[in-house]
Write a protein that binds this ligand. Structure first.
Ligand SMILES: *Cc1c(COP(=O)(O)O)cnc(C)c1O
Length: 376
């Protein structure tokens, strides 16, 4: 197997899920976001472990992601968070993937196909309370809920919205989130006022789970937090455990003389005689090119800088003059251990978020699962 690997610790995943459970009332359902191949961790393995840990719904971004889970034998409800194309509807129904709906045209199309397939399928009505993405206005929710209940092929199983800045500790953002929750409650009450049961109410992404208990309702939708990250966890003293360790190995150590340069464009010159280690991981593996200069990697618990450009498949690490690094030693880019970086450290370095670093770990990197079952 390749030296460059992603080790996925399912014990840590379960610990993070248990932390979420501590923050919600008992009986609150969990819907774990496993889109983008489980944020790069492998959707099937993450889903199976999460379901065994008591999660009841899974959320994906596309029909094909849902099908992957169904083909792996997963029978739990799967919500599709993005809208399918019209010609994907039959496949959605065949695989029992639950769509979000928020406009009359799509409700009609879905209903028509469901009837033609002799099915009555669950839908969740999505309300846009301020995310500005998918969803109907809170004012239109009542009309659409009524429409759904009158169809032959659909039934209203849930009502949801998505929060735009729920992980922020800034006053302005907290007020914005409170206003989103208020708009959601308005729509819920309007629908209930019509005598319609809105079903499962759900709003909370990871941020809201910790910061906005009044957004928990019947089900929460944790994503990043189950993978061990959250921009607000540190401030709140919540100890999440990163699930992925992204690592490689030193495949060669070469001696450089003062004045010699490393990698494309010769951006780094040896200021002194030194050793350089070659690592077979590059931007095609998810090691974003912009991370160098600045990226440091952990080798035997000590940090060393990546020097020169990160190439597509390889990068180089400065070991210096007096070091104890040996060929084949393990190199950790990020992971759960104390003496290495986290995906959030890497993200901060290039002004992005941990999500993007995790999803960016390419498919060609083998995922290796660690599951001692100690916390099952
Ligand atoms: C991705 C997503 C989530 C999970 O978000 P996190 O910030 O990762 O917790 C929840 N709800 C919807 C609609 C999403 O798209």
């Amino acid at each position: 197997m390749r030296a460059t690997q992603a080790h996925i610790n399912l014990d840590n995943l379960r610990d993070n899920i248990n932390i979420v459970k501590q923050y919600v009332k008992s009986g609150t359902k969990l819907c774990c976001a496993v889109k983008a191949d489980g944020y790069g961790h492998g959707a099937v393995r993450v889903s199976v472990a999460a379901l065994k840990a008591g999660v009841s719904f899974l959320a994906v971004a596309s029909i094909s992601e849902g099908i992957e889970l169904r083909e792996a034998g997963i029978v739990a409800p799967i919500l599709s968070l993005s809208l399918p194309l019209k010609d994907e509807i039959p496949s959605l129904i065949v695989h029992s993937i639950t769509p979000l709906v928020f406009d009359e045209e799509f409700i009609d199309q879905l209903n028509e196909v469901a009837i033609s397939m002799h099915r009555k399928i669950p839908v969740h009505l999505k309300i846009d309370t301020g995310m500005g993405r998918v969803g109907c206005s809170p004012e239109d929710a009542k009309k659409l809920a009524k429409k759904i209940t009158k169809t032959e092929g659909l039934y209203l199983e849930g009502l949801c919205t998505h929060l735009a800045c729920a992980d922020s500790l800034k006053d302005d953002d907290i007020n914005y989130t409170k206003n989103q929750i208020k708009k959601f409650n308005f729509a819920v009450n309007e629908i209930k006022g019509e005598g319609i049961n809105p079903g499962i109410l759900h709003c909370s992404n990871s941020g809201a789970i910790f910061l906005h208990p009044d957004a928990h309702f019947d089900m929460v939708r944790p994503g990043i937090v189950i993978y061990g990250y959250s921009s607000c966890a540190k401030e709140l003293g919540i100890k999440l455990k990163p699930v992925m360790e992204f690592s490689s190995q030193i495949v060669a150590i070469k001696h450089f003389n003062k004045g010699e340069t490393v990698s494309y464009d010769r951006t780094w010159t040896a200021e002194d005689d030194c050793d350089i280690g070659v690592i077979p991981a590059g931007y095609a593996d998810g090691l974003v090119r912009r991370l160098s200069p600045g990226l440091e990697v952990a080798i035997n618990g000590k940090m060393f800088p990546i020097v020169g450009r990160i190439c597509m498949d390889q990068c180089m690490v400065l070991l210096g003059k007096n070091h104890e690094v040996k060929r084949w030693d393990k190199v950790v880019f990020f992971g759960p251990d104390e003496n290495c970086k986290t995906a959030e450290d890497l993200a901060n370095q290039i002004d992005t978020i941990s999500y993007e670093i995790l999803c960016g770990v390419n498919k060609r990197v083998p995922r290796i699962y660690i599951d001692t079952g100690k916390n099952k």
